[in-house]
Design a binder for this molecule. Structure first.
Ligand code: CTP
Length: 408
């Protein structure tokens, strides 16, 4: 991932790991970030401002006033400019000052003025890291919303292992990239209307009996929650799902029972949608006749239930989808990928989420899922086992690239 155009304040305090900050700075610049270095007076004992200024292409800020001109360095402006402040290395002393607002140098005043995210890579002696005072201060920073890049392990004087060594610059850069990726996708479905089908359908035989399946609705609910969290306007058409599922905040829910009802509501709602995700396990067949009274044991000997085919909701929507994006699911037991691809073609889907019943922890009635996502262009991504909420974000990350650019 690129950090192009990102404004990063790199805070350097006085620890031996400061020599690694030059490398960190170089990595950030290589990724396209604009970096302003702020260094503590002690930091300068470990690495020279000249090196850092050369690498960043900007004068390094350390004192409140520039030595030669007396010009005031504005920590407030720096705090506003930064998209991210990374303090690496952060010594025990710097962490303590941050936790308690002791603003006796430019780095801490900049921290106190920072409007966006702050990330800290602690670096200290292992015993200092383990000290309750340090741990208390780190906990305070965490509670204040600071991201802590956990230090690496090493051996304590006692021979036991502990932490304290600053994490490698590559790992700190990855943490920064993850932060921006999470932040940028936070509201990436804003203005999009998402329609989701969830759960099983029940096909009634008589007032007390039905044909159903084991779908809980968890996957559909997780997708609804993830889409709403990312700013979408979400409508969920739910069959008789597990009663314990709670409706995610901001989601409009329409309850249905049978496949026919689901088909009708989905067809109407699809008109206003940008994308439809068909997570429901729709019954393929329904009894040809519904008995208004409870079928009695005495009425029959052996019984033959005549079933008729239900409408294929996915295929129906596929025929009228225009520039809408259609995402289907396939639960397969064998020839998984080729079956899923054929389903995608037949129903005119843009993407299909495949679960194999051969994978433990995948499919119905579990909190987890293991999916392979196949697109119409043939590209295929295999994902590891994850909880359904995380799978939902993966599904969104895939279909979002297929949405047409938003019209004004
Ligand atoms: N689907 C649907 N309407 C149906 C049947 C399925 O909308 N009547 C959707 C499901 O929600 C899912 C996809 O189509 O997104 C594939 O469902 P699946 O049951 O695997 O497909 P079928 O066409 O029923 O194929 P088969 O049962 O033969 O595997």
């Amino acid at each position: 991932m690129s950090l192009k155009g990102k404004h990063i304040v790199l805070g350097i305090s006085g620890g031996i790991a400061a020599y690694k900050s030059a490398y960190l700075l170089r990595l950030l610049i290589k990724k396209g970030a604009e970096v302003q270095v702020v260094i503590t007076p002690n930091g300068k004992e470990f690495i020279t401002p000249a090196t850092l200024a050369a690498l960043s292409g900007k004068p390094v800020v350390s004192e409140f006033f520039a030595a030669n001109t007396g010009e005031w360095h504005s920590h407030v402006d720096l705090g506003l400019w930064a998209d991210l402040m990374i303090i690496a290395p952060a010594t025990a002393s710097t962490i303590g000052k941050m936790a308690n607002g002791i603003a006796d140098n430019m780095l801490i005043t900049t921290y106190l003025s920072a409007k966006e995210q702050v990330m800290v890579a602690p670096a200290m002696d292992l015993d200092m890291w383990a000290h309750p005072s340090t741990q208390r201060n780190v906990a305070t920073l965490r509670a204040d919303g600071v991201i802590i890049v956990e230090p690496q392990s090493g051996f304590l004087a006692s021979g036991l292992t502990g932490k304290g060594r600053m994490e490698e610059p590559e790992v700190i850069v990855l943490a920064a990239e993850k932060y921006f990726a999470d932040r940028d996708r936070a509201q990436d479905l804003q203005g999009r209307r998402v329609l989701i089908s969830a759960g099983p359908t029940y096909e009634n035989i008589d007032p007390v009996r039905f044909i159903g399946n084991y779908s809980s609705g968890k996957m559909g609910f997780a997708i609804a929650e993830a889409c709403a969290a990312r700013g979408a306007e979400v409508t969920m058409v739910a069959g008789p799902v597990d009663k314990r599922l709670t409706l995610p905040e901001g989601v409009r829910r329409i309850d249905v029972t049978s496949a026919r009802e689901m088909a009708e509501v989905m067809r109407l709602e699809f008109a206003d949608a940008d994308v439809a995700i068909l997570a429901a396990a729709v019954a393929d067949y329904a009894p040809a006749e519904y008995s208004e009274h409870k079928i009695k044991r005495e009425e029959k000997g052996d019984m033959i239930l005549h079933l008729v085919k239900n409408p294929d909701i996915a295929a129906t929507l596929g025929q009228c989808k225009g520039n809408r994006v259609l995402v289907g699911f396939a639960l397969e037991t064998d020839n998984e990928a080729s079956n899923a691809c054929r389903k995608m073609e037949r129903k005119n889907l843009d993407m299909i989420v495949l679960n194999s019943l051969r994978d433990a922890g995948a499919g119905m009635m579990t909190d987890t899922n293991k999916v392979t996502i196949i697109r119409r262009d043939g590209s295929e991504n295999v994902y590891p086992l994850k909880d359904k909420r995380a799978v939902a974000d993966d599904i969104i990350d895939e279909f979002i690239t297929l949405l047409p650019a938003e019209s004004e």
